[in-house]
Design a protein around this ligand. Structure first.
Ligand code: HEC
Length: 116
């Protein structure tokens, strides 16, 4: 039926612009693998991205104690759910090994494009 064909075409033509207008989330969307590899990465990612993206984390370099204190600061100052117990251990340990103070991060430049 010609009419049916037109209807189908019209539906297709309507659907395409609708899809094209869907805001692109891919550019901003982050997944856990944006963080340095390590045990506790996923826990850290999901706990922390509730309020801000990982740029704040990735650009930081702290000792374990500083990361630990930062968790309290985030809770007191910014209303983060208190991070306690095992999860706190996991996350602070992860942060301390993945984002240590910059000076201690290793003697040599590491190529960010090299596979690890
Ligand atoms: C309840 C919301 C919230 C959660 C959850 C949260 N943060 Fe934050 N965080 C903030 C706010 C607000 C700031 C300040 C942002 C600014 O200064 O622009 C901040 C700032 C930071 C900073 C920058 C500190 C500096 O040097 O100025 C780091 C690093 C950070 N957060 C790490 C984390 C980590 C790691 C987690 C997960 C354990 C986390 N955040 C979870 C709200 C949160």
């Amino acid at each position: 039926m010609v009419k049916g064909l037109f209807a189908a075409l019209a539906a297709g033509l309507v659907a395409v612009p609708l899809l094209a207008n869907t805001p692109s989330i891919s550019a901003e969307e982050e997944t856990p693998d944006i963080l340095a590899p390590g045990e506790g990465r996923d826990e850290t990612f999901y706990y922390c991205v509730a309020c801000h993206n990982t740029a704040l984390i990735r650009r930081s370099g702290f000792s374990r104690q500083q990361w630990d204190e930062l968790m309290d600061w985030m809770t007191e100052r910014h209303g983060m759910n208190p991070l306690e117990g095992e999860l706190r251990e996991t996350i602070v340990n992860y942060l301390a090994q993945a984002y240590p103070p910059r000076r201690q991060r290793g003697p040599a430049f590491t190529n960010p494009f090299a596979s690890n």
